[in-house]
Design a protein around this ligand. Sequence first.
Ligand code: ZN
Length: 220
Amino acid sequence: MNRPKPILRESSNGARFAEAAASLTEIGKGFHARGWVLGTSGNFSAVISREPLRLAITSTGSDKGSLTPGQFLEMDEAANVVRGDGRPSAEALLHLAIVRGVAAGAVLHTHSVWSTVLSGSHASQGGIALEGYEMLKGLEGVRTHKHREWLPILENSQDMIELGERASITLRESPGIHGFLLREHGLYTWGAGLQEAKRHVEILEFLMEVLVRSGAAISS
Ligand SMILES: [Zn+2]
């Protein structure tokens, strides 16, 4: 009988990278259509290998409305590019901090109007409490609208090493959160896999839009 040839790690990584890049491209185009990642804003990643750690991630400067799988890179645990052309997103270190901190399989980052408004208006409170909404049940592990979801707000920075360290601390100090905001910048959320992470973007963006439209951004 013919024995199946052993699959080399490199070739299986290549297949996983191609699959992740194709899925992230579709997700990114959908987010652009919703107005959550206009221009080159936002970035997306998916873990394609844990040992050693490898992520597929958007390259810097990718226009999200015309995203293609060719605009994704494979990077290692130190944000070095190991496949593809270009540089990873400036916020690659944040993706790595989240992947390590909560063992996420995918990390999605959006720059919506709603997250920008709310993260500014609620910055002095250090976060936003989401409670009483049926849509909360779309967050992994949440079973009731009575759940109180805390969405921390971190001060924005262009120093990604420092910001990555602060994100790691937030993840340690607030176990069970599904995302966080960067002040007047945007949302970071994640999931065990890509579909879960995408769902979390949709749920959190919906809830933030509800809060702003219902006047929460003004009254606080
Ligand atoms: Zn950003």
